[in-house]
Design a binder for this molecule. Structure first.
Ligand code: DON
Length: 559
């Protein structure tokens, strides 16, 4: 009788748990999660046509360039983590590079002062774009469907136009003043100089032509052909730095992932020039020795441990990290379990440390808030985790005249001047100074997790410096607290990045009690609206769970 009662209790408890937990989107053959409904639809169609996850990623990448211009791009760059169905993981770095004319002091005036906005707005802010070369390299290595088939939906959307949702209308209109500074941008991203109305149709005929050329000639067009000439000509006219020579030199790079284990799970994430994988490894290695599942998720004691781990990892990011082709970074040490044990030894369970006591050097980590991530799994179990960006929303705000696409302002991810605080009060480091041909340090953290050699999770996010902590907290919520993909993504998040010495808390999301307890330990709190926007897929019980972060307007679809 007792046994029966125990089974009954267990059953009702399990059913109750599932019934009360909000459910993600389920699929059994494939799943596409992006920040844009058009792009999710295109990705799903490609999968249903027999394309693999990499085909779908290429099609989604080009579709976002049309339908989600704030971050989707061909004028920017990014990172892709790919897991083949047999378990091999590779990463592709298609980050922008500094043009040859960009040197250490290129954003300083004659008096050595930072020139306001020079690395943020306009042609000088742009790095040599990597997206087209990156998507082509992924397709050449893994693609099943023809390249042209993958560009067709984006070309059609650019020609026929996208309907502007309220969200997109608001986003575009909020940059109107900057768009008006560039005639080539005004022509496309304003309504003859005026704001858009919700549900207007946005057509991009010049972009359609550019995409047609890329469909025909591949990256040759972008780096050697007509598009390259249009970029170089526009640069020359506007005192930009990117030349034909810079474009011809651009190469994406295949890199081994940052690989580490967390409670028996294998995590594969982006190596330098993104700091994402290393910082994530440092945080999770530090936390691994604590039984987080014994804490209530987001309880003040658990958060305290997280915050102290984050503080150290971001201090190391700031001081040590930069493009590995230019600086020696002690990666193995940073991601080692023994270093994590050392970090744990410095943590005081009852008191927050001060960031200036954690590392002597100050550093710069300015990032802004528009990037985009997508996660895709196909019927064979291939997976793509891709984050790419123009950096700020709409990048440098400058559209290449005649080519119809926005240029990034990724140069602002470099440290413009060591020791001088930027607009967020952060200061710069030597490892990430501007040098010709160098890749600027990133926080993008596309990640794939496997368990017992099976695909387990595909996850990533936009959100600048907050990307790493957001992705890490979602992974922990699934592994430590057994949340499903949706509840893990929707769980309120917090963030500490060493400098400034504050804990960013999403509001609403935390109880007064938790906040008082954190303050009592000595943490300084700052409230923010949304910390990053995670796009995730979790594979469990033979099903795929997809969820697109409600902090933005994305969609998950499976079949
Ligand atoms: O590479 C980086 O870390 C930044 N350029 C990313 C910017 C970003 O995520 C903006 N996002 N929402």
């Amino acid at each position: 009788m007792n046994k029966l009662r125990a089974i009954w209790l267990l059953l009702t408890f399990t059913i109750g748990l599932y019934a009360t937990e909000f459910q993600p989107v389920y699929g059994s053959h494939g799943m596409v999660v992006t920040e844009d409904p058009y792009a999710t639809e295109v990705g799903l169609e490609i999968l249903k046509k027999g394309g693999n996850a990499i085909d779908a990623a290429v099609a989604v990448g080009f579709t976002l360039a049309v339908a989600f211009p704030t971050a989707g791009n061909i004028g920017g760059g990014g990172f892709m983590v790919i897991r083949e169905h047999d378990g091999k993981v590779k990463t592709l770095d298609y980050r922008e590079t500094a043009p040859a004319q960009a040197t250490e002091n290129c954003y300083l005036d004659a008096n050595g002062q930072v020139i306001e906005n020079a690395s943020i707005l306009g042609y000088k802010a742009a790095g040599v774009p990597g997206t087209v070369a990156g998507l082509e390299a992924a397709h050449k290595k893994y693609g099943k469907l023809p390249w042209k088939t993958l560009l067709a939906p984006a070309i059609k959307l650019a020609e026929e136009g996208i309907i502007l949702s309220r969200h997109k209308t608001k986003s575009l209109n909020s940059h109107l003043d900057d768009f008006l500074k560039f005639p080539s941008t005004k022509k496309i991203f304003t309504k003859n100089g005026a704001p858009f109305e919700p549900f207007d149709r946005l057509k991009q005929p010049e972009l359609a032509q550019t995409l047609r050329r890329i469909a025909k000639q591949g990256s040759r067009d972008f780096y050697h052909g007509e598009t390259a000439r249009l970029i170089a000509r526009d640069m020359e006219r506007n005192n930009g730095w990117i030349t034909l020579k810079d474009l011809k030199k651009y190469q994406p790079v295949w890199r081994a992932p940052v690989h580490f284990t967390y409670r028996g799970y294998d995590l594969y994430s982006m190596p330098l020039p993104s700091s994402g994988g290393i910082v994530m490894a440092e945080i999770l290695n530090t936390l691994e020795a604590f039984d987080l599942s014994a804490f209530k998720a987001n309880s003040s004691d658990a958060m305290h441990l997280w915050i102290e781990a984050e503080r150290q990892a971001y201090a190391d990011r700031a001081v040590f990290m930069g493009d590995p082709a230019f600086v020696d970074v002690p990666v193995e040490k940073l991601i080692s379990k023994s270093y994590a044990a050392f970090i744990r030894g410095q943590i005081d369970m009852f008191h927050a440390r001060k960031s200036e006591d954690v590392a002597a050097n100050e550093a710069w980590m300015k990032e802004s808030f528009e990037t985009t991530h997508f996660s895709i799994v196909d019927q064979w179990g291939n997976a793509v985790s891709n984050t790419y960006t123009l950096n700020s929303g709409y990048g440098s705000k400058a559209v290449v005249e005649g080519a119809g696409f926005l240029l990034n302002n990724e140069m602002d991810d470099f440290s413009i001047k060591p020791g001088v605080p930027n607009q967020y009060g952060l200061v710069g480091s030597y490892a990430n100074k501007v040098e010709p041909g160098k890749r600027m340090l990133s926080s993008m953290t596309p990640t794939i997790v496997s368990h017992n050699d099976s695909l387990f999770m595909v996850v990533g996010a936009p959100g600048g410096s907050r990307i790493i902590t957001a992705v890490t907290q979602v992974i922990s919520a699934v592994i430590d607290h057994r949340y499903n993909m949706r509840t893990a993504i929707e769980k309120p998040r917090f963030h500490h990045q060493w400098k400034p010495d504050v804990v960013f808390l999403e509001e609403p999301g935390f109880t007064d009690d938790t906040i008082y307890r954190l303050q009592a330990k000595g943490h300084h709190i700052r409230y923010v609206k949304g910390l990053a926007s995670v796009q995730g897929i979790l594979l469990k019980n033979g099903l795929m769970q997809g969820w697109s972060d409600p902090r933005r307007a994305g969609v998950a679809k499976g079949y």
